[in-house]
Design a protein around this ligand. Sequence first.
Ligand SMILES: [Zn+2]
Ligand SMILES: [Zn+2]
Length: 255
Amino acid sequence: MAVKDPWVEYFMVGILQMRCSVVTDRATGDTVIIDGGAEPERIIQWIDEFSGQGPDWTNGPQSFAEMKEMNIPSRKVVALLNTHAHFDHSGHIPDLKDRYQVDWYLHPDDTFLQTLAQKSALRYGFQIPEPAVADVDLIADQLLDVGALTFEIRHTPGHTLGGCSLLLLVEDGPDHLFVGDTLFAGSVGRTDLPDTGGDFSVLAHSIHTQLWPLDPSTLVYPGHGPMTTIGHEKETNPFVGDSSGAGTYTIGKYS
Ligand SMILES: [Zn+2]
Ligand SMILES: [Zn+2]
């Protein structure tokens, strides 16, 4: 079922400043963490205690007193979802699983990539836990109910083989789309990363067929950089927007 006025927070985490989003249904407190890739203690502290550095952006309460005023019940993390398995997005899933004991969802075409997370992190010079193994497969075109939140799963390969865009259905406002590194404000995800299956023509096809048909008002939460909307990117994105034609292509800048 579409949620009303979701409480959304995001945290730009880790050395690659990856966007970890936390979505809560204000009526039930059901909460989903999207792309728990780094700084798990910061995210856990905030969700459990409203303490520590907190989110970089929120449209919800910032203390238990405010939560009570707004009649929001205690938060309950019901699932961990991932847009794809690059280590900056998935490296600290084991810590979040340890704390919340819930299923982790990933598209199976990224399973191989996930096994390489430690190796990829080492390339940037740091260590992460033994990679998590997904509990549940994300399936293209499925309507996924996690607690009171419903996501439409759009398989958008091109940055990685199993990349998905997760569309949170909202009853009383624009839907929210968590795209990972498929689409950025004014750019697109890299397609040259090792062991990943990146391919620009596949990426462009994914965006054209899975994302552009969405309502122009759809809010886009990219894995890195500023937020945007489907309408704005469709009109102006130099790589995949309406004016990009079949012209030259240079790679995007985010991993
Ligand atoms: Zn990525
Ligand atoms: Zn990334």
